[in-house]
Design a protein around this ligand. Structure first.
Ligand code: GDP
Length: 366
């Protein structure tokens, strides 16, 4: 299951956003260290296609794709040295697929900023420094081991050492390992180090509730974050955590009205989910029958048998063919049978690369 870790300095709005995610409503207190254990929230990935398919098939239930958010609170200056409960948090980040870093772009005299005034770039750099220090430690540990092997003439170890030296140099400048140009093979070499600064990263610019519709172009802090993110190969989304927490209290219709009043077409949470999907190169294929309509998450480039494996390992092992119709074709035809008559249900083999919105039926031997 896809997992995104939420990090950020204290008092930037992480808990507020996270509470909106879980709708749990735990207290967001106005002081650092208020949340200690990492919390997990699971949300459905919004996908209007599911209801349409459900209606078409008179399906009994809908199973949307989901995404897990882990609230990794307490990352502060000195975390890599074990100050402020840091190391524990860092080890939690190692397990996630992507990192969403919340940065404060809202002004509010009543809410103290742990580092003084509002300065999202300084905040990002503080967090990055901690992540880099932690990565530096992992890299150095590995290098020590490799050095012994390299001395005894191990060529592979030599190559890896060269690569790690490059990574170390970048980390030493407090820059993320993402900045190191690496080939696919090199990426494989460092993969099991689970470097924090190699994870896909998204900046969540948290803005005041009254500027949520305009901040994307007008808020000067947001512009700075965007400039910064461009160098980092990172994405930026604009949300107001306050607004999200209010939306979380409303039912679907009221939430839509509320968004419209604010001049928005989608919630920050939906933006966050979509951006996370994009960041990780994920797509969705669908299965639709009377029992259920189900959305399945795969990485872009996944072949048909592996996609079937998401449903059951038997499907991958005994894969024969996949019967596939694109969602758009299916809707235009009106039903599976009509699509079949029009020749739009294709039989695809082992090498077929799945596309987003493929409505799929797998044939397999047991
Ligand atoms: P955390 O320490 O990063 O988890 O931050 P919290 O979520 O606890 O937020 C710190 C304070 O900022 C709380 O008093 C929140 O109500 C407030 N806050 C969070 N997001 C916003 C926002 O979008 N606008 C305003 N005005 N206040 C916010």
């Amino acid at each position: 299951n896809l997992e995104v870790g939420i990090v950020g300095l204290p008092n930037v709005g992480k808990s507020t956003l996270f509470n909106a995610i879980t709708k749990a409503g735990a207290e967001a207190a106005n002081y650092p260290f208020c949340t200690i254990e990492p919390n997990v929230g699971v949300v459905d990935v919004p996908d209007p296609r599911l209801q349409v398919l459900s209606d078409m098939n008179q399906a009994r239930k809908i199973v949307p794709a989901s995404i897990r958010f882990v609230d990794i609170a307490g990352l502060v200056k000195g975390a890599a040295q074990g100050e402020g409960l840091g190391n524990k948090f860092l080890s939690h980040i190692r397990q996630v697929d992507a990192v969403a870093q919340v940065v404060r772009c809202f002004k509010d005299e009543n809410i103290t900023h742990v580092e003084g005034g509002i300065d999202p770039i300084r905040d990002i750099e503080i967090i990055n420094t901690e992540l880099c220090l932690a990565d530096l430690e992992s890299v150095e540990k590995r290098m020590e081991r490799l050095q012994k092997l390299a001395k005894s003439g191990d060529k592979k170890a030599r190559e890896e050492l060269d690569l790690l030296n490059r990574v170390k140099e970048v980390l030493g400048e407090a820059l993320p390992a993402r900045r190191v140009e690496m080939t696919e093979d090199e990426l494989l070499l460092v993969r099991d180090l689970n470097l924090l600064t190699l994870k896909p990263t998204l900046f969540v610019a948290n803005v005041a509730e009254d500027e949520v519709a305009t901040a994307d172009v007008e808020n000067q802090y947001v512009q700075k974050v965007k400039e910064y993110a461009a160098h980092e190969k990172a994405e930026v989304i604009v949300v107001s955590a306050k607004v999200e927490s209010e939306i979380a209290e409303l039912d679907e219709t009221d939430a839509k009205d509320f968004l419209a009043e604010l001049g928005l077409t989608e919630s920050g949470l939906d933006k966050l989910i979509k951006a996370s999907f994009k960041l990780l190169g994920l797509i969705t294929f669908l299965t639709a029958g009377v029992q259920e309509v189900h959305a399945w998450t795969i990485t872009n480039g996944t072949k048909a048998p592996a996609a079937g494996g998401k449903i059951h390992s038997d499907i991958e092992r005994g894969f024969i063919r996949a019967e596939i119709v694109s969602y758009d074709d299916l809707i235009a035809a009106g039903s599976q049978n009509a699509a079949r008559e029009k020749g739009q249900v294709r039989l695809e083999g082992k090498e077929y690369i799945m596309k987003d919105g493929d409505v799929t039926y797998f044939r397999f031997n047991v």
